[in-house]
Design a protein around this ligand. Structure first.
Ligand SMILES: [Zn+2]
Length: 479
């Protein structure tokens, strides 16, 4: 087994990964703010953290992974008030959509899914600890964090804080990325909007305190790994460090791992450019969950990912190639015995696969290892040189591969059907299929094999598989 090394934003270096307790890893992931549907840029980050957790699991680590739903946020509170509904009611739809999307992308459920609204008490207690240590000051009903009291501020994002004026402060969680200022831990209530009555006064928590409080409540005061998108490093994660370390005096996180941005066709994704996609937008266009997961996973997380529709097509054919190889291993009968060198070849692939992922999750290299093995084994099969004795090892390799990449087992159709795609939205209805199957039966009766083959192929391209019975009957199913 290879030494696992990860890039730590805090040190700016790739370091050997050593968890606090051997065999166990605690991870905190900043989840979505559930005021809208998450987009593919968000899912790039969530697929990255899924690859991380699946790889650690493959390596035998026991995980304790927390992902939060930010369901307290200025936009959420304002929108809920406008709609005249509770925060829970307002966010329920988007939270459910997020869970559904994760399932569709085969993102494993973390050990703890938590919501900010369930941890208000912990946030209040953490603010009280900071108050006791004079990290805070009050103003107009809000409570602010005094950055000048925490000299290490900026150590994660390497932001220069020398220009900070004492007392320059912001209430807004979404303030400009270049300037560091005192930020709100607790915000005074706004007329007509939801607030909590607490020992530190009425109001609502700031976004940053939510993650510090929830992470430490469940995972303890020092966490092995904290993940998120690179845009969260400053100010959100910087503020998490200031809050947690200010309160405890201990190191908050040992390894900070950040995923780079996603571009669409070379441009920043934005609603105004018309290149803004949710998962559902892509499924409605007929793309499969496995292809999307593959496309998001294929570029190592610290490289910018340029999402293109060509790339998505290529991802779909890569998945197809892997699935076909897996099918061959199951379906075909090979001559008994072992092909010379094949066992060693597969063992080398398994080691190279582990080495690639151990190297700061180099997914591109890991995929390259799998492609090479599949290509060589396919050639051996075509030449009649592959042997039955090598099947088990090849299947083991694919199983390990799929524990991390999770694209070979074909569950696309059922996942799409669960989201309401498949039958409608340009896909064939049962009646359409029956009609074409009947046409093909006519062609077969006429012994017009070309027409029959053409219809079979056309159906296959639209995801319909035909099974001809010995008695001339035909059954069909959706892929
Ligand atoms: Zn967070």
């Amino acid at each position: 087994m290879n030494e696992i090394r990860v890039h730590n934003t805090l040190s700016g270096k790739v370091e050997p990964f050593v968890p606090q307790r051997p065999g166990e890893v605690s991870i905190y992931t900043c989840g979505p703010t559930v005021y809208d549907y998450a987009h593919i840029g968000n899912y790039r980050t969530f697929v990255f953290q899924d690859i991380l957790r699946r790889f650690l699991e493959l390596r035998g680590f026991k995980l304790n992974h927390v992902m939060n739903l930010t369901d307290v946020d200025d936009r959420i509170i304002a929108n809920a008030a406008k709609a005249g509904v509770s925060i829970r009611d307002y966010t329920a739809k988007f939270a459910q959509a997020f869970f559904d999307d994760c399932k569709t992308l085969s993102i494993e459920a973390p050990e703890h899914w938590i919501r900010a609204t369930d941890y208000i008490d912990d946030m209040v207690k953490l603010i009280q600890r900071l108050q006791e240590k004079s990290y805070t000051y009050a103003g107009e009903g809000s409570i602010y964090y005094r950055i000048s009291k925490f000299p290490e501020y900026g150590k994660l994002s390497k932001i220069d804080v020398t220009g900070i004026q004492a007392g320059a402060r912001v209430d807004n969680d979404r303030y400009e990325k270049e300037s560091a200022r005192d930020f709100a831990l607790w915000k005074a209530p706004k007329p007509g909007e939801h607030f909590w009555e607490t020992p530190i006064g009425p109001g609502r928590p700031g976004w940053h305190i939510e993650c510090s409080a929830m992470a430490m409540r469940i995972l303890g005061e020092t966490i092995d790994i904290h993940t998120g998108g690179i845009d969260l490093a400053f100010p959100h994660h910087e503020n998490e460090i200031a809050q947690s370390e200010g309160a405890t005096g201990k190191k908050f996180v040992n390894y900070w791992m950040h995923a780079e941005h996603l571009l669409v066709e070379g441009e920043k994704m934005s609603k105004s450019l018309g290149n803004f996609f949710t998962l559902r937008d892509l499924f409605a266009k007929g793309y499969k969950p496995s292809a999307l997961r593959f496309a998001l996973a294929s570029v190592p997380y610290r490289r910018q990912l340029n999402f293109t529709f060509d790339g998505l097509q290529q991802a779909a054919s890569s998945v197809e190639r892997l699935r076909n190889f897996s099918d061959r291993l199951t379906r075909e009968k090979f001559p008994e015995g072992n092909a010379p060198g094949m066992a060693e070849r597969i063992e080398k692939a398994a080691n190279d696969f582990d080495a690639a992922l151990s190297d700061d999750l180099n997914t591109a290299m890991a995929l390259g290892v799998a492609y090479d093995l599949v290509r060589e084994a396919n050639i051996a099969m075509d030449k009649g040189e592959f042997r039955q004795g090598d099947v088990a090892a090849a299947k083991d390799f694919l199983a390990s591969f799929d524990r991390v990449f999770a694209v070979i087992a074909d569950t696309d159709a059922e996942k799409l059907a669960a989201l309401g795609y498949g039958a409608g939205d340009g896909a064939m209805t049962d009646e359409d299929v029956e009609k074409m199957v009947a046409e093909r039966q006519d062609a077969r009766k006429r012994r017009d094999w070309a027409a029959s083959d053409r219809i079979r192929k056309e159906l296959a391209e639209r995801g319909i598989i035909l099974e001809d019975g010995r008695d001339g009957s035909v059954r069909w199913k959706r892929k």
